[in-house]
Design a protein around this ligand. Structure first.
Ligand code: GLA
Length: 380
């Protein structure tokens, strides 16, 4: 994506870009809707990336163009919040300016090229904000440590765009490593790289969600309401994910529906993700896969963030003998992950495809998942 981004910059602004950077999309192997509840997540960076190249512009101006539509958008970013995907870039520019990473009145032209599909559950927005943070910091001659890059990208999305996301996507986009999953404890911010040698298929249902407009923010509010009620008996509780898995009967008594179901998911998924990390460390992929199925079931029944298309893929995968399968990312559409026995990969993919076409008519997109490295500077 480096060459298309450079070519786009040239053809749009008729000068060469000065700096470049890129960041990957991700799949989340397990630990869904736990990040903003202070639980663990286990994502892996994929080979699909977003590349941003940049050069200077007039003071206070952000001029952006994407290979998707080639339209140039221009924002006076201090006052103008931007529109569409431009809001993410305005968010990054404002964060960098308010932290003094770039000088006051900083202006930039940015061209973006990406092969991370939007709305497929691969965290395309974090790939965009992390690539933008790296490239704009580079344009301002600033060196940022990885945690700061993730933090700036997170605040761009959370504060400026208004998506109440957690920190998983930005963190994996920065710290991702080829053939490794990242165990990230969202309460302590501790991380550990765990080798991942499984074969995974990505099944894109092609059902698209608009994250900000979806039930995501509602779910987050429900989790906050559940935490507040649980604090009446345990005032020291900092996060919902801290509730002990051994005290589920008590949690059930304390919470009304739907808060009860949401909290049961978060506490169960937290325990499952810790166990899954242990199975992965021990290279027990079949046991890991069983936890993926359980996670999907919990997302479907308790968190109610699945979709009929995702449920069908998971059922078909199980029937075809896959070791595990689950939705990945926020849900309500997007893609499912299928952990397969390498010897049965083609047969499993075909069985899922046929079941999907029979049920919904359209073809799903089925591709093997290739892992990739985290964010990096790109040569210009
Ligand atoms: C989206 C958010 C993440 C996380 C997942 C659900 O991808 O951006 O922070 O909450 O949903 O696990």
């Amino acid at each position: 994506m480096r060459t298309p981004a450079i070519a786009l910059f040239h053809s749009t602004f008729t000068v060469a870009p000065r700096v470049g950077a890129s960041a990957p999309g991700r799949v989340n192997l397990i630990g869904e809707h736990t990040d903003y509840n202070g639980g663990p997540v286990l994502p892996m960076a994929v080979a699909r990336r977003t590349t941003a190249v940049a050069g200077p512009a007039e003071p206070g101006v952000l001029e952006i163009v994407s290979a998707t539509d080639g339209a140039v958008r221009r924002f006076l970013y201090k006052d103008d919040p931007g529109t569409g995907w431009g809001r993410y870039l305005v968010g990054v520019a404002r964060e960098l300016a308010s932290r003094g990473v770039v000088p006051p009145g900083f202006g930039a032209r940015v061209a973006i090229a990406s092969d991370v599909p939007v709305g497929a559950g691969l965290a395309s927005s974090a790939a965009l904000t992390v690539a933008a943070t790296r490239v704009l910091a580079a344009l301002g001659d600033a060196e940022l440590d990885p945690r700061t890059v993730a933090d700036i990208a997170y605040h761009a999305e959370y504060d400026h765009v208004g998506v109440r996301c957690g920190r998983m996507d930005q963190t994996i986009a920065v710290l991702g490593r080829r053939a490794h999953a990242l165990l990230f404890d969202c309460a302590t911010l501790e991380t550990a790289q765990i080798p991942f040698a499984g074969r995974l298929l990505l099944v894109d249902t092609r059902v698209r969600h608009e994250l900000a407009a979806s039930a995501f923010n509602d779910r987050r509010a429900q989790c906050e309401a559940a935490l507040e009620r649980l604090r009446t008996v345990r005032p020291e509780l900092a996060w919902l994910a801290e509730w002990p898995a051994t005290e589920l009967p008590r949690l059930r008594r304390l919470l009304p529906e739907p808060l009860r179901r949401r909290a049961l998911h978060v506490v169960g998924e937290t325990a499952r993700t810790r166990l899954a990390a242990r199975e992965l460390r021990g290279r027990r992929l079949r046991a890991f896969g069983r936890l993926m199925y359980q996670s999907h079931d919990s997302c479907r029944r308790l968190y109610e963030c699945s979709a009929p298309e995702l449920d069908l893929v998971v059922r078909a995968a199980r029937k075809a003998g896959a070791w595990g399968a689950r939705m990945t990312g926020a849900g309500w559409g997007g893609a499912a992950l299928v952990l397969v026995d390498a010897k049965r990969e083609a047969r499993t993919a075909e069985a899922i495809r046929r079941a999907f076409v029979r049920a919904f008519g359209g073809e799903p997109g089925i591709t093997p998942i290739v892992s990739g490295p985290g964010a990096r500077r790109e040569r210009i």
